[in-house]
Design a protein around this ligand. Structure first.
Ligand code: PHE
Length: 452
């Protein structure tokens, strides 16, 4: 690609910016909200062990494939396939990524909005002195109301919009450089607090002492699905970010760093959540409401409760925001380059589109609760179609594309920076994306859609 073209598209400026922005995409509600309740529902340490295997053996290789496609083409995720496989249907894989980005951002923003409401309520001190039952009704009253969740969702999407419009360097990179260190700092403070709780030992043993009898095929499949979601794989998100990487970025090292950071945040959020859960005798398998119903209850039982609640919801909102900007960027880059419109216009279309999708998803907790498609309400339908069907399908096709269709020299060139870097495990990487990843992902996929 010519240097001129690259600079016209903009790009990341620093190595640390690249790692923090990519880790920002990966670290999200998936690490804190989804990881903790899935660990709770799937038996703790045994789930985590399998999750680690999935992340490093399957997730990381697929991430390297996305990075290679993105940086080699320096284009949005659909154009990338048009350039690498002209005259074929592979561009549909990029198109599916864009669509998945749109849909995931739509329903994800609803949950992001909830984090703002909880932050607001904690800051006002409205969470203090409530009975456990009151948190249940607070959650269901709030999520089923019409206007309030919509307003918070729009606020969250507007924050995302403002950052994306500013571009890669001044928007995404700069904001990640501020938000990610804040996120780590808040995590450390919260860990300091929960590790000194009386239930810390029990919580940690739940997290780190595996009970292998708990491993079933469904635990393995949940761990795999979670690994892909958490690493932002399967929809061209990291492919789009990599299209803004300079040619000297060591992508293998970046991939390892992003994967490690994402995993560390997931485990540390377990270290924050489970000691608290055990200290106050709460069932760890309470499900998706763990961080919105169970935890507020736990916080209020701790000395200085409100402060911990405020910090926790800031943490959740920061993690979510660095992820929403990455999904937004996938679609904005596509619109901007394919419709040849300004970035501001492209981003506005994406924001309005997501507000529309998000509105339907949010109302499905109340006003539109009766609308069911295949037995699922609109929120769960969007979640199912995008993260449970499109992401694994996308991940599998990306492996097949890079493993079988794409010239191996292109992969080698990208991952070794034209043989200037060593990548000793290149053969192992190829083996995984050719054989292991497609088969294993096909299994998750068939399981998720109920065929297996
Ligand atoms: N990885 C993000 C999380 O853990 C979610 C995400 C999925 C972001 C797909 C971008 C693309 O919350």
């Amino acid at each position: 690609m010519s240097g001129l073209k690259e600079s016209k598209r903009g790009g990341f400026g620093t190595k640390i910016g690249i790692v923090l922005a990519s880790a920002g995409s990966a670290v999200g509600l998936g690490n804190i909200w989804r990881f903790s309740y899935m660990t709770g529902q799937n038996g703790g340490a045994a789930f985590i062990l399998i999750y680690l295997g999935c992340v490093f053996l399957l997730g990381l290789p697929v991430m390297l494939s996305e990075f290679s496609i993105g940086r080699h083409t320096h284009s949005n995720t659909m154009r990338a396939y048009l350039k690498l496989a002209p005259g074929t249907n592979w561009f549909l894989l990029g198109g599916m990524g864009v669509l998945a980005g749109f849909l995931i951002l739509g329903y994800y923003s609803v949950v992001c909005g909830w984090t703002l409401e909880y932050l607001f309520q904690s800051a006002l001190g409205n969470m203090s002195g409530k009975e456990p039952e009151a948190f249940n009704s607070m959650f269901s009253d709030f999520t089923s109301s019409t206007l309030r969740p919509l307003i918070w969702m729009i606020v969250f999407l507007s924050m995302t919009h403002i950052i994306v419009v500013r571009g890669i360097k001044k928007g995404i990179e700069k904001s990640s450089m501020i938000m990610m260190p804040m996120l780590f700092l808040i995590m450390l403070v919260l860990i300091g607090r929960t590790l000194t709780l009386p239930g810390a030992r029990e919580g940690l043993s739940y997290l780190f002492n595996p009970d292998f009898s708990k491993i079933t095929s469904s635990v393995v499949l949940s761990a795999l699905g979670q690994a892909f979601f958490s690493l932002s794989l399967g929809m061209g998100c990291l492919c789009t970010y990599a299209s803004y990487f300079p040619d000297n970025t060591d992508m293998v090292k970046t991939g390892v760093e992003v994967t490690v950071l994402d995993t560390v945040v997931a485990i540390l959020s377990g270290v924050i959540i489970f000691p608290a859960v055990f200290t106050f005798g709460i069932d760890p398998s309470s499900g998706p409401e763990l961080v919105f119903v169970t935890l507020p209850n736990v916080f209020q039982n701790m000395i200085g409760g409100n402060l911990w609640a405020i910090l926790f919801y800031i943490l959740l909102a920061l993690a979510a925001l660095t992820s929403t900007i990455s999904m937004h960027e996938v679609v904005t880059a596509f619109m901007e380059e394919e419709l040849k419109i300004s970035r501001t216009k492209a981003a506005s279309i994406v924001t309005f589109g997501c507000i529309l999708i998000g509105t339907f998803c949010s109302l499905s907790f109340g006003l539109l609760g009766h609308v069911k498609v295949f037995g699922l309400d609109l929120f769960n339908l969007t979640d199912f179609v995008s993260s449970k069907v499109m992401l694994p399908l996308g991940g599998m096709l990306i492996s097949l594309f890079t493993g079988w269709y794409l010239d191996k020299n292109i992969l080698w060139e990208e991952l070794s920076n034209r043989s200037t870097l060593r990548f000793r495990l290149f053969k192992a990487y190829l083996f995984i994306i050719r054989y292991v990843a497609p088969v294993v992902i096909a299994c998750i996929f068939l399981k998720e859609i109920g065929v297996l």
